[in-house]
Design a protein around this ligand. Structure first.
Ligand code: FER
Length: 294
């Protein structure tokens, strides 16, 4: 009897620990390696994410919008570029967070305002508005409890983004509304969302990026079912993932597919990079310089 109880307890413990962190999660089981030709890693210059007091700074604000998708009022963090002029038209970059984050995650860990201020001051990135939404489209959108169980809300964000948030942003700010002036990228779960929604709606987004994309990333054949359409509509498909991150296969799998089909796609393997903001800051720094330029 004791033996049976003991075995039962072991099985229960294993099940609970697996539910708390699914395969492929940070610290989870290593996932299959997919061979592909990575693009060269070029180190970012020292200080690229350090505040420079001698340049103009952008501003951060929080907005609230009505979500018909979720049925609640939802929040998003906004970056307005230095010397923002409400009479001028800007392109918009939607920047998405990870599974444990919310609309403040990028600001708290990624210094997006600092990275953008520095890039814009040097003339290396276009002036743009950055929208950092909450990608967990459900009534309680706080990252509490076992966040790994809430991935359906991350899929549901597709509808909140397209039907609620984008129309709200385009009503509130004077921005361009064509796909050439809309970009989407994100980290981890947000990377998967960006690839899924960005490639799934190429008429809406010409620039798509995934940083350390998570297992919510769809299979390449599903992301790019029509290679000719991709060639016509996509202006940038850009990815980065750390070599020490066991979620790499989500990125390398898509890169291998693009190489096989002969379609343009960048994927950088960040040397010794883990599942953290070192890689994601680097991703933002590079991606932001490439968007709204073709
Ligand atoms: C998983 C591993 C990682 C998963 C999600 C993640 C839903 C997301 C990590 C992150 O956003 O940081 O198996 O499944």
């Amino acid at each position: 009897m004791k033996k049976i109880l003991f075995s039962f307890a072991i099985i229960l413990l294993c099940t609970i620990s697996m539910m708390a962190q699914p395969p492929g999660g940070p610290g989870g089981f290593p996932m299959p390696e997919v061979k592909c030709d990575f693009d060269p890693y070029v180190e970012a210059p020292k200080g690229y994410d350090m505040d420079d007091l001698n340049i103009s700074h952008g501003t951060i604000e929080t907005v609230e919008y009505k979500s018909t998708t979720v049925g609640t009022i939802r929040k998003a963090t906004i970056y307005l570029p230095p010397k923002y002029n409400p009479k001028k038209k800007y392109p918009v970059f939607y920047l998405l967070h990870g599974i444990g984050g919310d609309e403040k995650e990028w600001l708290e860990g990624g210094a997006p305002n600092v990275i953008m201020d520095n890039l814009i001051a040097k003339g290396n990135a276009k002036e743009m508005i950055i929208v950092m939404p909450n990608g967990r489209a459900q009534e309680d959108d706080r990252p509490v409890g076992n966040v790994y169980l809430g991935s359906a809300a991350f899929a549901n964000f597709e509808f909140d983004l397209l039907n609620d948030l984008i129309p709200f942003i385009e009503g509130k700010y004077k921005v361009y509304t064509d796909r050439k002036h809309r970009a989407i990228a994100g980290l981890s779960m947000g990377g998967g969302q960006s690839l899924n929604f960005g490639l799934g709606h190429m008429d809406k987004f010409a620039y798509v990026g995934g940083f350390s994309s998570a297992p919510n990333t769809k299979m390449p054949e599903e992301l790019i079912p029509d290679v000719n359409k991709f060639r016509k509509q996509n202006s940038l498909l850009w990815m980065v993932c750390g070599t020490a991150d066991n979620l790499m296969y989500n990125s390398s799998r898509l890169k291998a597919f693009c190489d096989e089909k002969g379609i343009p796609c960048t994927c950088i393997a960040y040397p010794e990079g883990k599942h953290d903001f070192v890689v994601w800051r680097y991703g933002l720094y590079n991606f932001a310089q490439l968007i709204f330029k073709k």
